[in-house]
Design a protein. Structure first.
Ligand SMILES: Cc1cc2nc3c(=O)[nH]c(=O)nc-3n(C[C@H](O)[C@H](O)[C@H](O)COP(=O)(O)OP(=O)(O)OC[C@H]3O[C@@H](n4cnc5c(N)ncnc54)[C@H](O)[C@@H]3O)c2cc1C
Length: 615
């Protein structure tokens, strides 16, 4: 069992899979690995149906439990070649999405899109319904209505306030959102179940949120008074020809376990209980991203249930614009993903390393790291972390993975030491199987796979936190490095809640992530050297005043660093305080995302504070 944040995940057959035998991987010192981005149009057939395991599947039967910114503003004063890019995407969007939807007989095409308007200039003729405020003619669902919904779910698994398991069922990963009280949590096992839920919320104009792993930083996979469509029971895994198709509710560590058992990999994040759907829809950055791109870059097909209940397959041949939007356009915007297909790469082992330096060397190490990590061989994944316990002393570490031999890793790290002017005070490096490496990255080195979760029987805590992010396209100046360090040094003089920690983690980018043009997928962040995540965490429950001090520290630290970044923020680290989030998350791709939204969800059924607006 792998319940995450109180939700029921079924155990996959992969849980029992033995760790892959550690085999020396190819030394990718020359960084010759190709990007292999699915933006090349190498989509698999999109017929992967959710929940139906095929050959090699590990399904679960117990389901209960250049200036690449060619896409910048579509204005007419741009060079002809850039206008061509816009025209291509516009034609694609106005033509293909509309045509394919019409061909499917979909009823969601409630208006024809203005053919002469570019998205930036278009105005929405769509009448939007405010689902938060039911119209006077719409009655509230009665007990009998809810009972009927339960009856129509194949799982019969609908949890309501008053039910014994409600307190757990409504939890997300983040304890700060434990008081949010949905009117129902529906555990869906199939696209048909999802369609049933959407029909219910349309009928009663209830707010609806989709939940996979439940790790939304802002708690936007739940909603008070509404229906949570939980897809965690959809966690099947089936392998195709260099592809893997997974149910949208699979968590990352079980995804990696299934991949490892087949000797293949997909790049992605390290949070073990993060859901594959929420993660891939917003990008997915982690070990192997510099080698093979974001998780979304490797997404070749997705099955979605749209607001009107229709199920669509999106791949390079069908509904390709929706696939484009789902590759970084953020979770919860366009429909409910029920299954996702990814390109796989052969991989058996990874080297894992961890280094520390004394704080006195911090400035030199940061300067060295930022001129090394984003330019290292693609096989090198690296995170530099500065952190301090509130009231405590700051510390620095550099850790990551290397898809190559231990000798190759040692050669690369020597270059970092040389630049830093010193060897680390502590250094640990070892070769691991792919699964063990991902368990190490997940903080589950000493924990069996079956216990690498936060639910009953799990050994991971649910950690309350706040976080913000910046992408950096230029190295920090000396002044910038000083600010980076002094923000963490300041923590020493601040009272924090029990277990209070403040940190910044710089994740190296470049490599395959930056070889994909910004407009090729909805994930626009293609010229950053690194991504910074500023965060502060504490032990739950935290003293309110002391948590406020931590929150204030985070805000002032972010404010001091933000001007050094490129203005972009990571849509998977949703930040409710971000003002111009449209630009920060999606940049020049936002107008196109609005157009897709207008086509597939004109009535704005899927909405939350930072959801894409139809337009
Ligand atoms: C502890 C932790 C570690 C993390 N580590 C990493 C990391 O290493 N790399 C990285 O890139 N990110 C990381 N993240 C961020 C993570 O990728 C995002 O928070 C992601 O959106 C979480 O997805 P989820 O399915 O777990 O969350 P959820 O809260 O379930 O969903 C997140 C969003 O996606 C929507 N959504 C969920 N399921 C579906 C679906 N089936 N169809 C449509 N929309 C859906 C939700 O409505 C919500 O808006 C981490 C987050 C946490 C809390």
């Amino acid at each position: 069992m792998s319940p995450t944040g109180g939700r029921r995940h079924s155990r996959t057959a992969t849980e029992g899979a033995a760790a892959q035998e550690s085999a020396p991987a190819r030394d990718a010192t020359d960084g010759s690995a190709s990007n292999g981005s699915a933006s090349n149009g190498s989509a698999s057939n999109g017929s992967a149906s959710n929940g139906s395991s095929s050959n090699g599947s590990t399904s679960n039967s117990d389901k209960r439990a250049g200036d690449k910114r060619a896409g910048d503003k579509p204005s007419t004063d741009q060079p002809a070649d850039k206008r061509a890019v816009h025209a291509t995407r516009r034609d694609l969007l106005l033509g293909a999405v509309t045509a394919s939807a019409a061909a499917a007989g979909a009823v969601y095409l409630t208006r024809s899109l203005p053919k002469t308007m570019l998205p930036a200039h278009s105005s929405s003729a769509t009448s939007r319904i405010d689902f938060a405020r039911p119209a006077a003619t719409v009655r509230r669902p009665t007990h009998a209505d809810w009972a009927a919904l339960r009856k129509h779910l194949s799982t019969r698994d609908l949890i309501r306030p008053g039910d014994r398991s409600y307190a757990r069922a409504r939890q997300l990963f983040e304890p700060r959102f434990d008081s949010i009280a949905p009117a129902g949590i529906a555990y869906c096992h199939s696209p048909a179940d999802v369609g049933t839920c959407l029909s219910f919320v349309r009928k009663f104009r209830l707010p609806v949120r989709v939940r996979s792993g439940g790790h939304s930083y802002a708690g936007w996979s739940t909603v008070s008074g509404g229906l949570v469509v939980d897809v965690s029971a959809m966690n099947s895994v089936s392998f195709g020809n260099n592809t893997v198709t997974v149910g949208a509710g699979l968590d990352l560590i079980h995804f990696y376990a299934a991949l490892a058992a087949s000797g293949v990999a997909v790049p992605g994040g390290s949070g073990p209980t993060v859901g594959i759907a929420g993660s891939a829809l917003g990008g997915g950055i982690g070990p192997l991203s510099r080698l093979y791109g974001t998780t979304s870059d490797n997404l070749t097909a997705i099955e979605l249930v749209l607001a009107d209940g229709s199920a669509l397959t999106c791949n390079a041949a069908h509904n390709s614009n929706l696939l484009w939007a789902c590759r970084g356009g953020g979770g919860g915007n366009f429909g409910v993903a029920t299954s996702l297909t990814f390109q796989t790469r052969p991989l058996t082992g990874l080297c894992v390393y961890s280094l520390t330096w004394p704080w006195s060397q911090a400035a030199a190490v940061v300067r060295a790291w930022q001129s090394w990590a984003p330019y290292a061989a693609d096989a090198m994944w690296s995170t530099l972390r500065l952190s301090a316990g509130f009231g405590g002393a700051p510390a620095l570490s550099v850790s990551g993975t290397y898809a190559g031999t231990p000798d190759g890793l040692a050669r690369h790290l020597d270059r970092l030491y040389h630049r830093a002017g010193s060897a680390p005070a502590t250094a640990a490096a070892r070769q691991e199987s792919y699964l063990d490496a991902m368990l190490a990255e997940a903080g589950c080195s000493a924990v069996p796979l079956a216990a690498c979760h936060t639910g009953p029987g799990g050994q991971l805590p649910r950690v309350p936190s706040f976080a913000k992010s910046d992408f950096f396209s230029a190295p920090l100046s000396r002044r910038g490095v000083r600010k980076l360090l002094s923000g963490v040094e300041r923590i020493h003089g601040i009272d924090g809640a029990a277990g209070g920690v403040g940190s910044v983690a710089l994740a190296a980018l470049g490599g395959a992530v930056n070889r994909v043009p910004a407009e090729a997928t909805a994930f626009v962040h293609r010229d950053a050297l690194f991504l910074a995540e500023y965060s502060t965490a504490w032990t739950s429950p935290g003293d309110r005043d002391l948590v406020t001090y931590q929150h204030d520290w985070l805000g002032s630290y972010y404010a001091s660093m933000h001007s050094h970044g490129n203005g972009e923020a990571y849509q998977n680290y949703v930040d409710p305080d971000l003002r111009d989030w449209q630009q920060a998350y999606y940049g020049a791709n936002y107008p196109w995302l609005k157009l897709v939204k207008a086509t597939v969800d004109p009535a704005n059924v899927f909405h939350f504070p930072q959801s894409i607006q139809a337009g």
